[in-house]
Design a protein around this ligand. Structure first.
Ligand SMILES: C[S@@+](CC[C@H](N)C(=O)[O-])C[C@H]1O[C@@H](n2cnc3c(N)ncnc32)[C@H](O)[C@@H]1O
Length: 329
């Protein structure tokens, strides 16, 4: 039982929460305490700062300090609130999926820029609805890449794969939350190796309930077996096993290892991923890959000049080469 002080005002709770997280050496301790208090109270930040004297019910104060204790013990804030914002959209997150990171928004930016350039070259308006486009997100996790692109391209169709059925269940719920589930077909498979028989019937949907199966016509499934995609995006696991000891405990102890680690070096999955993309992208199709902080020297040479053109690298806000993009010849 956590002992509550007589002063249960918003200001006092926040002050004590911040002190507790600072003491536990939690990064961004002020923000974490604020977010968790807002979560408990079901309020927004404006309210929080407009009502510093408001007295909080004992039960809410108790709940807040329970969350403080869990955060101080290393659980990520997003696992405690169950959500994370990405591309201006709120995503459900659970311990089964990677928490969407701000740097992954560069994948969305590059994908949209490349598609706009393609439209421009074809003499069409740059801002496209995505009509007729087939887009894939490999290793979809929470679904953040596929869903953000689906919101931007309201007429495009998507295939989103993951090796984890538990992650696909979260992604499916996020797609429903953002009203794009009818355009994203979630498939449990290794990278883009679609299940046997996928060319004749709807692919297995892992943990996805039957009543939530998105409409994806058989002819489209068939065409997955050939060069049918206009754009493939992926943020694969890219941390090296050797880096595990230096990861923050929030990440190492709480996020799924299948989402984090790509092998001992980290970049091992990219070779298979790029080989599969060679087989599945249309001529002129676009590949957009997120990179680990040291992946570029190992990954860029995999894009040989006979198969790929217009290779480009985009740095993140920290100046790290974060996104590699190219077009299939
Ligand atoms: C780094 S997370 C990215 C999740 C999400 N796309 C994002 O950007 O936040 C990598 C995802 O790839 C999935 N994954 C790992 N190995 C895979 C494989 N061989 N085939 C398909 N998905 C895989 C993991 O389960 C995880 O959801």
């Amino acid at each position: 039982m956590i002992e509550l002080s007589l002063d249960n005002s918003v200001r006092s709770l926040l002050k004590r929460g911040i002190a507790q997280l600072r003491e536990a050496d939690i990064p961004s301790f002020t923000l974490a305490a604020e977010l968790l208090l807002l979560h408990v109270l079901g309020r927004n930040r404006t309210w929080l700062y407009a009502h510093p004297e408001e007295i909080i019910a004992d039960a809410d104060a108790q709940r807040f300090f329970e969350l403080m204790a869990r955060r101080a013990a290393g659980e990520p804030t997003q696992h405690l609130t169950g959500k994370q914002e990405f591309w201006g959209l709120e995503f459900e997150v659970t311990p089964d999926v990677l928490i969407p990171r701000p740097e992954t928004e560069h994948v969305i930016e590059v994908a949209l820029d490349r598609l706009a350039l393609r439209e421009l070259r074809a003499g069409r308006p740059q801002k496209s609805t995505g009509a007729g486009l087939q887009i894939t997100d490999i290793g979809t996790g929470s679904g953040c890449i596929a869903i953000a692109l689906a919101k931007e391209l309201p007429a495009a169709n998507f295939l989103a794969t993951d090796i984890s059925p538990a992650a696909l269940a979260v992604a499916q719920r996020n797609a429903q939350r953002h009203a794009v589930a009818d355009r994203i077909h979630f498939v449990e498979c290794n990278l883009l190796a679609l299940p046997v028989g996928a060319q004749h019937a709807a692919p297995q949907l892992g943990a996805i309930p039957n009543n939530a199966r998105p409409a994806f016509h058989e002819s489209r499934i068939t065409s997955h077996q050939s060069r049918s995609f206009d754009l493939i995006a992926s943020n694969p696991p890219y941390i090296g096993g050797r880096e595990a000891p230096s990861l923050p405990r929030e990440v190492r102890d709480h996020e799924p290892h299948s989402a984090l680690f790509g092998g001992e070096e980290g970049y091992e999955l990219y070779a298979d991923l790029i080989t599969q993309c060679v087989q599945h992208l249309k001529p002129g199709g676009i590949l957009v890959l997120e990179l680990g902080h040291n992946s570029l020297p190992a990954v860029q040479p995999l894009l040989d000049a006979t198969t790929w053109t217009n290779v480009g690298v985009t740095n993140d806000l920290a100046g790290i080469p974060r996104v590699l993009a190219a077009e299939r010849v």
